[in-house]
Design a protein around this ligand. Structure first.
Ligand code: FES
Length: 497
């Protein structure tokens, strides 16, 4: 077990966000080596860290569970074979340490014999010095062997190394933990890392990765999409393998919408429920073998009934690619909306095509993130926020600006995030006029509102701004932020009608 820990692992041990540790490293409060920290450094910075002190971690896990659904964050033991391999590894380390201790004790005995031999040849003064040296050694050995001090973080790290395995991705240098019975692909998706994949079922071969070090185990028996040469080279299917030990994996991380294939999936309605008279929450589930690969903030086309179709933003996180959420607004006369509000049944088939759209998170940016949802623009913003949370970005601000109180149709989501996460700031605003309709007076009112918000938080224009909502409101907001000197490359917009 190495004393050097990745920030992910260190954050898990002391129960804080990875971004908090990053801040400590950047400020010099904690020294790091190659982006890693030692257990002793960690204990110096978090002297109160105890084995049971996981309150913060629990708090974050709870909010993530609420945000992403239980399935995504459920904790489960690794399978018996993986567990046995990890315990064997730990036992080897323990046996080595015991052997070293035995050798150390034998060395002490030899040292004492040597002292005895030398004492016989020494004069009185040298013998006294030797006696004092022996006393000092005895005391030091006794205090080193004293039971009582056991580094709580080292104990916790031992448990963590049995329950999880760490994956370091090359060339991106990202790392993540594999928990429970997760495959490499599932574990990466949970933390917002977008690896290349297709079927998730071991058939298409799109999720190949090369194991450079460490041990993996197949979770599916068939791997016919791999040639014998590929297997010999250590290439595995990430959707069909899990990590037994810490591993280094060469795998490509997708960064652009062009790399996501266009898909056609027949999903079913899991549930649908009215959030207000005007907004319906639609939950679709894809077949297990055909999940939707998308980036947070993207749209898909949906078709129901007698081919009533529409394009909608996905209101959930790509970390759960089987369960897709949508906020359907009532548009009188729109056949899709009429069908959903009047006739749709649970279990009914919905054809999903996509994804499309470029309103995605610019993950490489280290600036604070400011999300502005105008009315129904909350749907793609929610997807982006959930993705940003799974990436554990340092600071997230979410402003929901609504025409009326009624348009804040999921107020508890933002409030719960704000309550649970220290780095998350949520606020709601109502304008008192319909944001879909533009005129000079309303434009002036909205501008005034935005001016007040930036005056209250001047750092806003130094961050990345994501705007989603009706065209009229988005146009005003985009113009406003550009007029504040923000470059176009930091203001991202999405029209949601
Ligand atoms: S995603 Fe198709 S084989 Fe892994």
């Amino acid at each position: 077990m190495s004393d050097l820990l990745s920030l992910n692992r260190a954050a898990r041990l002391v129960g804080v966000n990875r971004a908090d540790l990053q801040k400590k490293v950047q400020s010099g409060e904690m020294s790091s080596f190659d982006g890693k920290v030692t257990i002793s450094q960690l204990l110096l910075c978090f002297p109160d860290a105890q084995l049971e002190d996981t309150a913060e971690l629990k708090r974050i896990s709870q909010i993530k569970e609420r945000a992403f659904g239980k399935r995504v964050f459920e904790r489960a033991l690794p399978d018996a074979e993986v567990l046995a391999a990890r315990i064997t590894e730990l036992s080897k380390t323990l046996a080595n340490s015991q052997m070293q201790l035995k050798q150390f004790n034998a060395l002490l005995v030899k040292l004492w014999d040597k002292f005895g031999e030398l004492e016989g040849q020494c004069d009185g003064e040298s013998r006294a010095r030797m006696e004092s040296l022996k006393c000092w050694i005895k005391q030091e050995v006794a205090s080193a062997m004293e039971p009582g001090f056991s580094n709580p973080l080292a104990i916790k790290d031992g448990i963590l190394s049995v329950m999880t395995a760490q994956v370091t991705l090359l060339p991106s240098q990202q790392d993540f933990l594999v928990e429970g019975r997760d495959t490499l692909l599932e574990a990466a998706m949970r933390v917002g890392i977008s690896l290349n994949y297709g079927c998730s079922g071991g058939n298409c071969g799109l999720c190949k990765g090369k194991v450079l070090s460490g041990q993996v185990k197949k979770t599916r028996h068939h791997d016919f999409s791999l040639s014998e040469t590929e297997k010999e080279q250590g290439i595995v299917l990430m959707c069909s393998s899990t990590a037994v030990s810490d591993i280094t994996l060469e795998a490509y991380v997708t960064g652009s919408v062009q790399e996501i294939p266009y898909q056609q999936i027949v999903a079913t309605v899991k549930t649908h429920a009215a959030l207000t008279d005007e907004v319906m929450l639609l939950h679709l589930q894809t077949p297990r073998s055909q999940r939707l690969r998308f980036l947070a903030g993207q749209n898909v086309s949906l078709r129901v009934g007698q081919s009533f179709s529409t394009e909608l933003p996905i209101a959930s996180c790509p970390c759960d690619d089987r369960n897709l959420l949508f906020h359907v607004r009532r548009h009188s006369g729109n056949l899709f909306s009429d069908y959903v509000f009047e006739h749709l049944k649970n279990g009914e088939v919905v054809e999903v095509e996509g994804p499309q759209g470029e309103f995605i998170l610019h993950e490489k940016s280290e600036r604070p993130l400011y999300f502005f949802a105008f009315d129904g623009g909350f749907a793609p913003i929610k997807s982006l926020v959930e993705h940003a949370m799974s990436l554990e970005v340092a600071t997230i601000h979410l402003h929901w600006i609504a025409s009326s109180q009624e348009q804040l149709y999921l107020p508890n989501v933002g409030r719960a995030w704000g309550d649970a996460l220290d780095n998350f700031h949520y606020s709601e605003h109502t304008t008192g006029f319909d944001l879909r309709v533009s005129n000079a007076k309303r434009e002036a009112q909205l501008l005034h509102h935005l001016q007040e918000m930036t005056a209250a938080d001047p750092a806003m224009t130094r961050g990345d701004v994501y705007l989603a909502g009706p065209e009229a409101a988005i146009g005003v907001a985009e113009k406003f932020f550009l007029s504040q000197g923000m470059p176009k490359s930091r203001v991202f917009v999405e029209v949601v009608s």
